[in-house]
Design a protein around this ligand. Structure first.
Ligand code: GAL
Length: 440
């Protein structure tokens, strides 16, 4: 019964994989039953073999950050060969589909990238295909160096299920400082200011907002900031536990503001990716973009410096709140090189690993004891905000809601971006909550 449920969940992910058309792999054979695995304390020190790490980090900043963490691993385990299994595509839309197919075929990588929160728990842990990593935390004395709130979103049934490498912020508006200076503008802090600034930029012949929503996750991403701006952190949190009504006026306001925002976007937005949109800002072809702080990693990867060529403020109307998400790595059941995978997780969770990765990635360490001096002015401000702001979860990146809900929400956004019909979009979003079993 349990095993049936587990494969039902994975099978539905594979259907999703086929629907998004990200993988042409032939139908896999039925999985062999997995043999019981020895406990971590029996693990020998890995000295040889391979280690396959699955992620979607291929863009500027992401790829270099991952490479820096690989270097830490390689220095500690020189005999182990890393296989860098990446599937390109922001927010893992394509990677997650490929991963689901592989997991169903009983062909897991040794470790894979997964967002902390609902994506980890509802997709993989509930399906019964992960090994807990609580012992890795205990063996390394990590229980006191991660914030309790972070441990909580990684936990289910008294076990911890993945090792977080970072904290990212979703609600950031990035801008080209030269374009703002040339036009005598200051970065907008409210939605009203955003529209005033956007009008001025448009009058000056500059595209106000760079959007690269070839993947619908970017629309969800921008919209979560607008939702937060229109209702504040308490009501925003309530959207995910049914205490805020999806049919309410703040959701209507948010949809109207989003529709208005899209009027200021580059015309080819649906053909571009998030990093191509960031490049428009780099080149001064657009003035602003609303994106997570992996954009910081991207800007730095093309040679820019924060507060010199690019600036940043919380997305309009969201000052004082921090929409968080966390990338983590997990240990799938049946990992072919389990000892090496545990060694990898040990590097992921270490101070050295996180301090090598995050300054390049554009994220802050998930640990509380990162070496602040290694982080630039933007990242130090993110550390301060994470310590003092209202923390709310990201919908677009697996923290706020189950993947099924995010997919249904994305379908509503796809239609909305095409027709900008506020009433229909609100109805579809309310229905998505009902279908997810979270609203009456
Ligand atoms: C997010 C992920 C980030 C970054 C971004 C764009 O989902 O958490 O680490 O990679 O996608 O690809």
């Amino acid at each position: 019964m349990y095993r049936n449920m587990r494969w039902l969940v994975i099978a539905s992910l594979v259907v999703l994989a086929l629907v998004v058309g990200a993988c042409g792999t032939p139908a896999p054979p039925p999985p062999e039953p997995t043999t019981p695995l020895p406990p971590p304390e029996d693990t020998p020190m890995p000295e040889a073999g391979t280690l396959e790490i699955f992620s979607w980090w291929t863009a500027g900043g992401e790829a270099e950050g991952l490479a820096a963490m690989y270097e830490v691993f390689e220095a500690q385990y020189p005999g182990v060969e890393i296989i860098n299994a990446t599937v390109a595509g922001g927010a893992g839309m394509e990677a997650k589909a490929v991963l689901a197919t592989r997991m169903l075929a009983d062909d897991p990588p040794d470790s894979f990238q997964v967002h902390a929160g609902h994506e980890l728990i509802d997709t993989w842990v509930v399906a019964g295909v992960m090994e807990p990593v609580t012992s890795v935390f205990e063996d390394n004395d990590w229980l006191d160096v991660y914030p309790p709130g972070v441990i909580e979103v990684l936990s289910q049934d008294g076990e911890i299920w993945s090792v977080p490498v970072n904290i990212h912020r979703s609600n950031v508006l990035w801008y080209n400082t030269q374009v703002f200076d040339d036009n005598g503008l200051t970065p907008p802090t409210t939605l009203d200011e955003f529209f005033t600034v956007a009008d001025a930029l448009q009058a000056a012949g500059v595209t106000p907002l760079a959007v690269g929503d070839s993947g619908v996750w970017v629309d969800i991403h921008v919209f979560e900031s607008v939702l937060l701006a229109s209702m504040g952190p308490d009501a925003y949190r309530g959207l995910w536990d049914s205490t805020t009504d999806w049919n309410g006026p703040e959701v209507t306001d948010a949809l109207e503001a989003f529709a208005q925002m899209m009027e200021y976007a580059n015309e080819d937005h649906s053909a571009l990716s998030w990093d191509q949109a960031a490049q428009l800002v780099v080149d001064g072809d657009a003035a602003m973009t609303i994106m997570g702080d992996w954009s910081e990693g991207y800007f730095k990867s093309v040679g820019l410096t924060p507060e010199v060529e690019f600036g940043y403020v919380p997305s309009p109307g969201t000052g004082g709140s921090f929409i968080m998400l966390s990338d983590s790595f997990g240990l799938p059941e049946g990992a072919p090189n389990r000892d090496n995978a545990i060694a990898w997780l040990t590097v992921c969770g270490s101070q050295e690993g996180q301090d090598a990765f995050n300054p390049i990635k554009g994220s802050i360490p998930a640990r509380t004891d990162g070496d602040r001096s290694l982080y630039d002015v933007y990242l130090q401000s993110a550390m301060d905000d994470f310590a003092s702001n209202e923390i709310v979860p990201s919908l677009a990146h697996g923290a706020a809601a189950s993947e099924g809900w995010v997919t249904a929400f994305g379908d509503a956004m796809t239609l909305f971006v095409a027709d900008l019909d506020v009433g229909a979009a609100q109805e579809a979003m309310a229905q998505a909550c009902v279908d997810a079993g979270m609203c009456q």
